[in-house]
Design a protein around this ligand. Structure first.
Ligand code: NAD
Length: 351
């Protein structure tokens, strides 16, 4: 018999090709007129295009978003939003840009329209991670949940292949942990399996042809599905380790998820057999941790922490931080076993 509690999140989703041309309709729908466009330095061109297409509905652009949402950048951006008397935010980019929008919303309550250009999934969650003094802390509050998500497949056609693969695996990680979450439910499990399957079949096609629109559409749908899982239920050891490695050692977000995921899945495999069976079925493989490893390895993604910038000497401190505060995981958190997990991830061993 089923028994669960599920708070469905209030968010409007617009999905398709060319949808980012209609951002001003969404601004009007929210009763707003003065949007501040947010993006990263690398995506300034896209930000400027969006801002100019908005015409009188744009009051300007802030292009200072960086990874892991450092609080000093947020302070500057809040000042810019206040000086320009912005009445809403339009975040165009990946999780870093969306994270900045959420951080501004946390301080100002401004409504957010987000236009994701990666598969990280932040757009679909009421979660914000912020970094201050080398520590990343996360909180859940509806204050940061974007009001509108505009998925435009066209904006993902140019996402470089390597980022596509790592960002796709970042999305899959949300669904993997949702499948063994303590507070999961049948709807989220179904969505998680569909999300993993959509991204699992899209990545090889995009790897072969980055402009394959059907595959890009599948991947973006998968990102929404997996992001919705992240927003709906609690995450476990995998996300804890990635937050530690990202926030305290400044490792790149999607690559870290890609490397750690097969090892986190292996850590939990015996404690979560049903989740492993669903992951394997979604990927069309016999063994979930190996299937996840192979998906990365076959498509040119990094498979070891050593490759993405952490030193062997840092692993001990990462274990300490990751084990410092208690949280739920299907298998109890055992520091010696976590050490082994991270050593395997450091060396890039196939699980
Ligand atoms: P990112 O947003 O940092 O993007 C990486 C780089 O790629 C940036 O320079 C960006 O401008 C560029 N880029 C993005 N889309 C592009 C495109 N289509 N074409 C070319 N370049 C593009 O990376 P990310 O992995 O999307 O996001 C990582 C951040 O998001 C981390 O800080 C992470 O903590 C956060 N995140 C938060 C949540 C949440 O629910 N709060 C969920 C997932 C990720």
């Amino acid at each position: 018999m089923y028994s669960f509690t599920y708070d469905v999140l209030p968010v409007r989703v617009v999905f398709g090709s060319g949808t980012s041309k209609n951002i001003s309709d969404e601004i009007k729908r929210l009763g707003c007129r003065r949007a501040l466009v947010l993006t990263t330095p690398q995506q300034s061109g896209l930000g400027e295009r969006v801002s100019s297409e908005l015409g009188e509905f744009s009051v300007g652009m802030f292009n200072g978003a960086v990874m892991h949402t450092p609080t000093d950048v947020t302070e500057i951006a809040v000042k810019v939003a206040q000086e320009l008397r912005a009445d809403c935010l339009v975040a165009v980019g990946g999780g870093s840009t969306i994270g900045l929008g959420k951080a501004i919303a946390l301080h100002t309550d401004l409504p957010q329209i987000v236009v994701p250009t990666t598969y990280a999934g932040s757009e679909a969650t009421p979660i914000i991670g912020q970094t201050e003094n080398g520590l990343k802390t996360t909180q859940r509050t509806l204050k940061v949940l974007p009001e509108v998500i505009i998925y435009d497949v066209d904006l993902t056609l140019g996402l470089p292949v390597q980022m596509t693969v790592t960002s796709g695996l970042n999305a899959i990680a949300h669904a993997v942990e949702a499948l063994y979450a303590k507070d999961t439910n049948p709807l989220i499990s179904m969505l998680a399996e569909q999300g993993i399957a959509a991204i699992g079949r899209a990545l090889p096609r995009i790897y072969a042809n980055p402009e394959d629109r059907e595959a890009r559409s599948d991947a973006l749908f998968g990102a929404w599905a997996c992001g919705t899982c992240l927003g709906a239920v609690g995450m476990s050891i995998h996300h804890k380790l990635c937050h530690t490695l990202g926030g305290s050692f400044n490792l790149p977000h999607a690559e870290t998820h890609t490397v750690v995921l097969p090892h986190a899945a292996a850590y939990n495999a015996k404690a979560a057999p049903e989740a492993m069976a669903r992951i394997a079925r979604a990927l069309g493989v016999d063994d979930a941790p190996r299937g996840l490893f192979d998906l990365a390895a076959k498509h040119g993604a990094p498979t070891s922490l050593a490759q993405i910038g952490i030193q062997a000497g840092d692993i001990g401190r990462a274990v300490e931080i990751a084990c410092a505060s208690p949280y739920w995981n299907p298998r109890p958190i055992e520091p010696a076993a976590i050490r082994e997990l991270l050593d395997n991830a450091f060396e890039g061993k196939r699980p």
